[in-house]
Design a protein around this ligand. Structure first.
Ligand code: NAP
Length: 477
């Protein structure tokens, strides 16, 4: 493994380069300095796009077997160095080492699926003779690479969410410029290292480190960047959509996911899955369970079991294998979560457990009786806080679950197949998990939201569709 974890350089069109100005990367757990990365400028982005123009030609010229081979080699490199990757994710972000290890395993999967999907990018024949006068024509469409993709990624899955853009982009024959979250750039740079080691032609991939507020516009508004693939919060996403101009946009945004638990559900399974879904990655998870609607007959039993399991969570040192939950990404974020919880309590919510902040740590928190007029009822909390609601019936649960601006994923626990189907038909979300929480995903499924949770879908095959365009060919005979 080549990585030298001091004064990291950024991956600029196949070269590792530094800049005079740098950004400190700190461990949120104790604020210790892990490394520094260059603070790129808008001029860097402009130059990088010029390089990527060549990169796009090179990527498109790679045969499918070459693309597959390079992606598989990158996956193998990560597999051979799994511990370094997991340690980096855990150190710079807020995941525990166990959560980080899972992310590395998923990243390897994401890349291997990307390599596989490269051989399945095809079009279809077209029956031109359906149009009178077109009897003597035959043809087809094929899918061609879109060109240069600008990828902007968040802090909470700093490796796998980058792989979800880089893998499909390269599989489809595109060049890609990644701007990772400023607080977690090291994992994305490690991904670039895997591709460099795998022999990806220079200029096809860049990972440019810098503040979104300083370099974002240059990437987003550049006319040669044909697609912006963004994963992050609603505010930044909406700003990007307004500025991007005429290009493809893929938006993977936030949510405040609901889970419905009906009286006939397996209580033990429902509790275990919703607790894990609420507190995975300290709740900093776009699929995280935020609102649980429990049928009134089982509310008391569910609540008791839920709080008991929550209280068993071991919060502490991220790097210990024993730890279940680490800190939030910063003390500032923990204070934001604390304020939102306190506002709910002041307005009448009941705190069942948690609500304690120490630096960047916030204890797993369970609230009930949360009034509608609290921020937490409608907005995304993005922290380890879950709201339990008692509901009379499925109808009301669905109505309340839908009564927010987000719609990424939802879960329902029931053994009644009709009720499950009713929920599937009526919940306004991009995915529904029956007998699981909203927090379930495999990397090969179509993934994305409706309403303010986003636009477009990821999940390799679906990302490839967004990252390619059909080109029609017609022969007049
Ligand atoms: P964020 O603050 O929106 O930042 C995301 C990325 O956007 C970062 O790289 C950030 O750069 C960049 N950015 C910010 N302002 C920008 C601008 N004006 N122009 C261009 N880029 C800009 O989100 P976050 O706090 O990292 O992540 C949390 C959010 O992501 C949550 O809402 C979560 O639900 C969502 N998320 C969604 C999914 C999904 O698949 N649907 C997955 C994971 C996370 P800087 O770091 O330099 O500010």
């Amino acid at each position: 493994m080549r990585t030298q974890m001091t004064g990291r350089k950024m991956f600029f069109a196949g070269k590792w380069v530094g800049r005079n100005r740098s950004i400190d990367v700190r461990d949120p757990q104790d604020n210790s300095l892990i490394d520094t990365v260059p603070a790129a400028t808008a001029e860097d982005i402009l130059q990088c796009v010029e390089e990527a123009k060549e990169g796009a030609k090179m990527a498109a010229a790679m045969s499918v077997h070459e693309r597959m081979s390079v992606i598989n080699k990158a996956a193998a490199y990560i597999e051979a160095n799994q511990e370094v990757y997991a340690y980096t994710i855990s150190r710079e972000g807020s995941k525990t080492i166990r959560e980080a290890t899972k992310e590395v395993e998923r990243c390897i999967q994401t890349l291997r699926i990307s390599a596989e999907e490269a051989r399945r990018i095809h079009g279809e024949t077209i029956s031109f003779d359906q149009m009178p006068g077109s009897e003597n024509r035959v043809g087809y469409y094929q899918r061609i690479p879109i060109g240069i993709i600008g990828a902007i990624t968040p802090f909470n899955d700093p490796l796998n969410l980058v792989a979800h853009k880089v893998g499909p982009a390269i599989a489809a024959g595109n060049a890609i410029i990644v701007k990772p979250a400023t607080v977690t750039p090291l994992s994305a740079l490690l991904l670039a290292e895997a591709f460099a080691e795998a022999g990806l032609p220079a200029r096809v991939l860049s990972v440019i480190t810098g503040y979104g507020s300083e370099i974002g516009d240059a990437l987003v508004t550049h006319p040669a960047v044909r697609m912006i693939s963004f994963t992050g919060g609603l505010e930044a996403g909406e700003g990007i959509v307004r500025k991007a101009g005429l290009k493809k946009i893929s938006m993977e945004l936030g949510s405040n996911s609901p889970v419905i638990v009906l009286e006939d559900a397996n209580l033990e399974e429902a509790v275990a899955a919703t607790v894990s879904g609420a507190f995975w990655a300290a709740g900093q998870n776009c699929l995280g369970v935020q609102r649980v609607y429990i049928q009134e007959q089982i509310m008391e039993a569910f609540q008791l079991a839920f709080v008991e399991m929550t209280n068993q969570y071991r919060v502490g040192n991220k790097l210990s294998e024993q730890t279940d939950m680490g800190p939030l990404i910063s003390e500032k974020e923990a204070i934001r979560v604390e304020n939102i919880v306190n506002e709910a309590i002041e307005k009448g919510a009941r705190l069942l457990t948690g609500g304690i902040r120490e630096g960047a740590f916030y204890s797993p928190t369970v609230l009930t009786d949360v009034p509608e007029n609290c921020t937490i009822s409608k907005e995304e909390i993005f922290g380890p806080v879950v709201l339990l609601y008692s509901v009379e019936n499925l109808d009301l649960a669905i109505k309340k679950a839908n009564d927010v601006e987000y719609g990424l994923q939802a879960g329902i626990f029931t053994n009644d197949v009709r009720k499950a189907h009713e929920a599937i038909a009526k919940l306004d979300v991009g995915g529904i998990m029956v007998n699981d929480s909203s927090d379930y995903r495999i990397d090969a499924m179509p993934f994305g939201g409706v309403k303010k949770s986003g636009l477009g879908r990821e999940g390799i095959k679906y990302a490839i569709e967004e990252m390619t365009e059909p080109k029609v060919v017609c022969f007049k005979l």
